[in-house]
Design a protein around this ligand. Structure first.
Ligand SMILES: [Zn+2]
Length: 135
């Protein structure tokens, strides 16, 4: 394979946002469509103009799965991964931080960002206040 030129890596902005404790997505400057994961152009209108928007982090569980095989360092298995649709309409993957093994689909959750716990983004059920998190 020949060498490729790295044109742009929009995901750097996502990861640096997490380092600041911010859960970011892109919003098209031309049509307003919210999008995540980060990509160069809008799937709605093709525009490459976008703004970075910080999610409020609140949303509902869209899907989930329980992982019972050993994976990367920092994870203690078994653990649950959730796909959460946040209020702004985009979906984020994250660790489900709960004593409960699996949430019901539609469970209200709140994101928190803690780069040091092995999962960049975690979600806990809104009915479980006081667990670890960003306060
Ligand atoms: Zn657009």
């Amino acid at each position: 394979m020949g060498a490729c030129t790295k044109l742009r890596d929009d995901t750097d902005l996502f990861w640096s946002g997490l380092q600041e404790g911010r859960l970011l997505f892109q919003q098209c400057r031309d049509c307003g469509l919210a999008r995540f994961p980060f990509r160069m152009s809008c799937a709605g209108c093709g525009s490459v103009e976008n703004d970075l928007v910080e999610s409020v982090g609140g949303g509902v569980v869209y899907s989930c799965t329980r992982v019972e095989r050993p994976l990367p360092p920092g994870f203690s298995e078994p653990y649950t991964v959730v796909l959460v649709e946040v209020e702004e309409g985009v979906r984020f993957l994250g660790l489900y931080d709960s004593e409960q093994e699996m949430p019901e689909i539609g469970t209200r959750v709140q994101a928190y960002v803690n780069p040091e716990n092995g999962a960049p983004v975690s979600f806990r059920a809104e009915s479980e206040p006081g667990k670890s998190g960003n306060g």
